[in-house]
Design a protein around this ligand. Structure first.
Ligand SMILES: [Zn+2]
Length: 227
């Protein structure tokens, strides 16, 4: 029955490349051969870290950062991020999370870590139907076999007018937009996951909350890092 449903779904929604949406990938891959070769993969954590240069709001204390792709405007990567955020493509988010874990963290032992996805406000989550960072985390967790903790870090403010503010004002507003759930115990080893890092101010605001109680080792990772 499941195979039958998969076949029917495959006819209605052919398995197109996640990046170009034109060609079919081979053997359950996410991308067609052409995109596979051309997508701007970040080669190493060192390169990802270098891409943070000039992101004034990214906390200096975080020394462990990695990303899957470089993010530029009007690119396939930007289109994918748009689809997972605004077009309901949560499955794509999950599959890209899987790829992030496989490609970037393949030889890292993360067994004493838990994943904390960057939260969105519950009102936004209701509108969207999901939190894209949580979906990325699901894919990641399935590869590394580690838990996701969704209720530890919470988004306390639902700010609709973010785009109207300049970078500094946005960063200031974000500082007061996250909190820790009162009932949650302290987490000592955290992988903080987001979809894309642009200025670093979201990560900074989340990090400030995560280290509030006592020293905490935080690894940050994302699908994209803007350059
Ligand atoms: Zn393609």
């Amino acid at each position: 029955m499941k195979r039958y449903i998969d076949t029917v779904l495959g006819l209605i929604f052919p398995n197109l490349c996640y990046a170009c949406r034109e060609y079919e990938p081979l053997n359950n891959q996410l991308f067609c051969l052409s995109c596979q070769e051309r997508l701007p993969y970040v080669d190493s954590p060192k390169d990802a870290f270098a891409a943070l240069e000039g992101k004034d709001f990214f906390p200096d204390e975080i020394t462990d950062y990695s990303a899957l792709f470089y993010f530029t405007k009007d690119s396939h990567v930007a289109e994918m991020i748009h689809r997972i955020k605004y077009e309901g493509q949560f499955r794509m988010a999950k599959h890209l999370g899987t790829l992030l874990a496989e490609k970037v963290f393949h030889d890292q032992d993360l067994s004493n870590y838990v994943i904390v996805p960057v939260p969105i406000h519950k009102k936004r989550k209701r509108e969207r139907g999901y939190n894209q960072a949580e979906e990325i985390a699901k894919g990641f967790a399935s590869v590394k076999n580690i838990p996701i903790i969704n209720n530890h870090l919470i988004r306390t403010k639902h700010d609709k007018s973010q785009t109207a503010k300049d970078r500094k004002e946005r960063s200031e507003a974000l500082k007061h937009s996250f909190g820790l759930d009162k009932n949650e115990e302290h987490l000592s080893h955290i992988i903080l996951i987001d979809d894309v890092i642009t200025t670093g101010s979201t990560i900074s605001a989340c990090y400030a909350q995560l280290i509030k109680k006592s020293p905490t080792k935080v690894i940050v990772t994302s699908l994209g890092v803007s350059i």
